[in-house]
Design a protein around this ligand. Sequence first.
Ligand SMILES: Nc1ncnc2c1ncn2[C@@H]1O[C@H](COP(=O)(O)OP(=O)(O)OP(=O)(O)O)[C@@H](O)[C@H]1O
Ligand SMILES: Nc1ncnc2c1ncn2[C@@H]1O[C@H](COP(=O)(O)OP(=O)(O)OP(=O)(O)O)[C@@H](O)[C@H]1O
Ligand SMILES: [Mg+2]
Ligand SMILES: [Mg+2]
Lengths: 153, 153, 165, 165
Amino acid sequence: IKIKFKDNFELIEAQFKETFKKLFGGGRAELILTDPDDLLNTGIEINVQPPGKKLQNISLLSGGEKALVAISLLFAMILIRPTPFCILDEIDAALDDANVDRFASYLKELSKDSQFIVVTHRKGTMSVADTLYGVTMQEKGISKLLSLKLETA
Amino acid sequence: IKIKFKDNFELIEAQFKETFKKLFGGGRAELILTDPDDLLNTGIEINVQPPGKKLQNISLLSGGEKALVAISLLFAMILIRPTPFCILDEIDAALDDANVDRFASYLKELSKDSQFIVVTHRKGTMSVADTLYGVTMQEKGISKLLSLKLETA
Amino acid sequence: MFLKRLEIIGFKSFADKVILNFEKGITAIVGPNGSGKSNISDAVRLVLGEQSIKSLRGNKLEDVIFVGTEKRKPLSFAEVTLTLDNSDHMLPLDFTEVVITRKIFRSGESEFYINKTQCRLKDVYELFMDTGIGRDGYSIIGQGKIDEILVSRPEDRRQIFEEAS
Amino acid sequence: MFLKRLEIIGFKSFADKVILNFEKGITAIVGPNGSGKSNISDAVRLVLGEQSIKSLRGNKLEDVIFVGTEKRKPLSFAEVTLTLDNSDHMLPLDFTEVVITRKIFRSGESEFYINKTQCRLKDVYELFMDTGIGRDGYSIIGQGKIDEILVSRPEDRRQIFEEAS
Ligand SMILES: Nc1ncnc2c1ncn2[C@@H]1O[C@H](COP(=O)(O)OP(=O)(O)OP(=O)(O)O)[C@@H](O)[C@H]1O
Ligand SMILES: Nc1ncnc2c1ncn2[C@@H]1O[C@H](COP(=O)(O)OP(=O)(O)OP(=O)(O)O)[C@@H](O)[C@H]1O
Ligand SMILES: [Mg+2]
Ligand SMILES: [Mg+2]
């Protein structure tokens, strides 16, 4: 049976407030229904307050901050309704190195309950992987796979 | 006087074929008018052939390859109609390290005729800068500027 | 339930067969631009029954069959096989291992197999129906999904929330 | 013609005055997410006469005046000053150095100055009219412009080509 939109929304909002705090290292976030009396058509506003800053609509945030908010929302949905496996394609692209590390350690936690396959260019994300595959095109246009060992520095 | 669309298009296409070759290290590119008889409403298709691969519409390319095609187009327009200065905000974000290096050396060439201010997270792009500014938020929410020296390794 | 193995041949840039073995936990896939990383996630979408070629970045089904290179001829079909551990019987089958295969042809036709028995697309959908995997789920977050969440206007965002219900 | 100096105070996260000195060649701006790099390019847009607050990521003009933090009060105005070398007289003025200032207030009002003489927005537009700088040019490529070029459907792309003519 399909969970009602309002119940689902409240579950996600509660979880989102937590994932946001973890990924931003503090601050707070809220999800606002633009029209609570019209649940069929209402929009959803996202307002956040990174640590030390003021509560603002996400439109004024930086590229990397916005990406981290989107990841917080995705992680909230994964926590509410876990899938057996999850493929993430370069969702860490806009994050700086400090944010990548926070993202990677949270991903490590989530991976206890779900299997993750992550495409990434970032060392921080690679460092929490249990298995590493390299894709190369030694022969132009032909993809080849290599199993890689992660060198613990 | 405004250059006619067709003349402008042909100028850009010719330049784009060259910038593409430089940034991709070979291959070829073409711009196709979807409706050459209706210049007022025609769309523009972009087909490219990275070195060794087949000519394809850019929709099938990878995230990084597409970004490099967009940069080729931007550089073509800058070469056709140079502006005294140009501000580029993280246009290298989707490129891998090898492509960032090609992007950065081409940018260095273009900077002989135009002044560039580039926002970047990438070491390859930083390494071709003449001046480096660091923006920090030591006090939360307050931007502060630092002039940085690039350490030649 | 978890992924055990993915085999790809003839799909996009995988002219030669590749095999990925997955463990529990985190598997990272790395490599240069255009090397084939996102093509791997497209292959998983395909074998799970994706019918929208647009979400595989193509226009028609044959766009995702190996189109050839300067040195190699195009191929006439592509095949993707996904092996899943089903010890917890999350998938409604008596098997502890479930193998899904999809073979696609330049004509636009597809063949589906579950544990080597040919079946219809509908059977693959029904197999994954209560798992959150496959269509309308968010078990595959594509390159660009983050931007999609962010550029969405408040009115469009409810769709993202409904995907999770 | 080239940029010599940019001074920002009260604009977005620049509660305290910052001064950037530019040389010819390439100036790189680096720093963590949310530190203020894109805000610098927004400041340049503003002083060149940007009227669309949406392209500054805000809704109304007061959104881009320093809104305060947990420790600091909001400010009531913002000021951006851009100094350009005009030795080649690309700008139609007799000066070899041109200084543009824009001051914005919470009321939504703006004041403009060219070399310390108050003027109108229209005068700033006309000053840059034949240089390719400012509106409809591509002298400022924002974070996200690359995606815009790529997601544009073939029919929408002609607009990008017209910007360059
Ligand atoms: N039918 C096909 N036949 C051969 N090659 C193809 C086919 N379809 C796509 N490709 C190639 O696959 C490449 C794209 O691969 P993919 O998107 O997996 O790259 P990627 O590793 O994810 O790169 P990035 O890091 O830039 O995202 C393109 O170069 C494209 O030309
Ligand atoms: N009116 C304002 N008052 C105070 N701070 C503001 C105001 N408007 C925006 N900001 C802050 O500026 C920050 C965004 O800065 P900016 O976009 O320049 O970051 P960035 O350095 O480009 O980061 P990224 O690398 O993630 O793109 C946000 O944290 C936002 O809260
Ligand atoms: Mg990719
Ligand atoms: Mg930015």
